[in-house]
Design a protein around this ligand. Structure first.
Ligand code: NAD
Length: 484
């Protein structure tokens, strides 16, 4: 394919679809077959500044609009996206490699969360304080002005859309940076925002993290940053932000989430949950994937056998085919990383019990394919026990005593999600106090429910999302004292 036939995708700055000032372009590749599917404009610091300036100019009038009016416009943006749901789905499946069957729900789920932010927005209120009749003391919640959002590759449109709703309902303007590996669906969001919202209220800038992301983090007009991505990038953002001033950061970072199993469980149900929890249909590229299965020694072998049998039935295939159980890894760079993790696991002495290779067949000769993979005999201290892979690789571990279990479960830098599987719910709740985690499941790996805080302890992040706290976090409090 020549460059002439590859569609081009623009950014949104100040209400106009545009390229970068320096006319930089990158290519997005379909990870299922390595074919180029689109060229997208790259924002350098000068373009990020154009976007931030446009946002800064547009924000006061946006804040002046009534809550009802802001809600109407955000809803209308969603409606325009819904009208193009099929187009978004087809583009995003090709751009990410995620399977269509699972990806179908992403837009509807995102719009559901947007509706939540709209519904809860009247809670952006202040307080009054006890005081003598001669003085009135109260607080206001004021928007920061311009909020910057940086998103990861696993749910590009979902994170872009849900990421703008909270800041907008709180009266901010937004600059969003989608992931450079899978940026194309953001162009449809850009068109919807251009057609519905006042110019500059939402700006979308694309490009590599080290260029566009860094420029966004260090732009002085952006005082509030919300980041979703990996721990190393979260740390880089903290450092880069600190070089230019005090910024308010929220960080939604990675996980190495333990699924802890007691011996009193239904073995088939637990094996089903372990496989579903790994999100193999998303190639394991989920921050909430239960990538450490920690089994009591009495049931270890029976559960492992059942997990292997189920994993053996997951069939990778064309992500656009509803029957495919798994797609390719999102990008060449990430594919190489996942393969390196698999090699490290073998080198450290973990036992590969299924998968670990490119699937057989002509359709898998091109693209970033890896079979769903399970390692057993994973011991504390091995890299596989501690490092997030963000790929289709499950680590199975064994526990005997409760203290050993707690130490295993907490033995990573992460603390995003954890679950305990047992009939003893009281025992599980007691255990919840000893596990370093932001989200805890008892007989459940279901971490997301509208309005329920989601976010990590330890190095898994700062702040909580999908809840009222997130909405409030796009405002700062001003205290007012009025002598009457
Ligand atoms: P990543 O950290 O490599 O990149 C995320 C985003 O940050 C991208 O848009 C990238 O361009 C940008 N970026 C990279 N370097 C930057 C820099 N120096 N300054 C500013 N921006 C920069 O993450 P990824 O590989 O896209 O996504 C996978 C990670 O995201 C995993 O660790 C996963 O667990 C995490 N994640 C967390 C959640 C959550 O809610 N906690 C959700 C999804 C993904």
């Amino acid at each position: 394919m020549t460059n002439k036939t590859i569609p081009k995708f623009l950014m949104l700055i100040d209400g106009a679809l545009t390229g970068g000032v320096n006319d930089g372009w990158l290519t997005s590749v379909n990870p299922a077959n390595e074919q180029e599917i689109g060229r997208f404009a790259v924002a350098e610091a000068v373009d990020v500044e154009r976007a931030a300036l446009a946002a800064e100019k547009a924000q006061p009038a946006w804040e002046e609009r009534s809550m009802t009016e802001r809600a109407r416009l955000v809803r209308e943006t969603c409606r325009r996206l819904s009208e193009r749901a099929d187009e978004i789905l087809s583009l995003e499946v090709r751009d990410t490699g995620n399977t269509i069957g699972r990806m179908k729900n992403d837009l509807a789920a995102a719009i559901g969360l947007v509706e939540y932010y709209i519904g809860v927005a009247p809670e952006l209120k202040g307080e009054t304080f006890p005081s003598p009749a001669s003085i009135l003391r109260f607080t206001l919640r004021e928007p920061y002005g311009v909020v910057g959002r940086i998103a990861p590759f696993n749910h590009p449109l979902y994170f872009a859309l849900t990421g703008l709703a909270g800041p907008l309902m709180a009266g901010n303007a937004v600059v969003i940076k989608p992931p450079e590996q899978s940026p194309l669906s953001a162009s449809i969001l850009a068109e919807a925002c251009r057609d519905v919202l006042p110019a500059g209220v939402v700006n979308i800038v694309n490009g590599p993290g080290a260029v566009t992301g860094q420029a966004l983090v260090q732009n002085p007009r952006i005082r509030r940053l919300a980041f979703t991505g990996s721990v190393p990038t979260g740390l880089a953002i903290q450092r880069a932000a600190a070089e230019v001033g005090i910024k308010h950061l929220s960080l939604e970072l990675g996980g190495k989430n333990p699924m802890i199993v007691f011996p009193d469980v239904d073995l088939d149900a637990v094996a089903d949950a372990a496989v579903a929890g790994m999100n193999f249909a998303w190639q394991g590229q989920s921050c909430g994937a239960t990538s450490r299965l920690i089994l009591h020694e009495d049931i270890h072998d029976q559960v492992l056998e059942r997990v292997i049998a189920r994993v053996g039935h997951i069939l990778p295939g064309d992500p656009l085919d509803e029957r495919s159980g798994m797609g390719p890894i999102n990008s060449r760079a990430h594919y190489d990383r996942v393969l390196q993790h698999i090699a490290n696991a073998s080198e450290d002495g973990a036992q590969l019990v299924i998968g670990g290779r490119r699937p057989a067949g002509r359709e898998f000769e091109q693209g970033y394919w890896i079979e769903p993979t399970v390692f057993s005999q994973v011991k504390p201290g091995m890299r596989l026990a501690r490092q997030e892979i963000f790929g289709p690789v499950l680590a199975v571990m064994r526990w005997r005593s409760l203290d050993e279990l707690v130490s295993l479960a907490n033995d990573t830098e992460y603390g995003l999600a954890a679950s305990v599987w047992t009939r003893d719910v009281a025992g599980a709740l007691k255990l919840s106090r000893r596990i370093k985690t932001g989200v805890f499941g008892v007989n459940s790996n279901s971490w997301h429910a509208i309005g329920v805080p989601f976010g990590g302890a330890g190095n898994s992040g700062i702040g909580r999302e999908e809840c009222l706290e997130e909405l409030l976090s796009y405002t700062e409090i001003k205290s007012i004292h009025v002598a009457l």
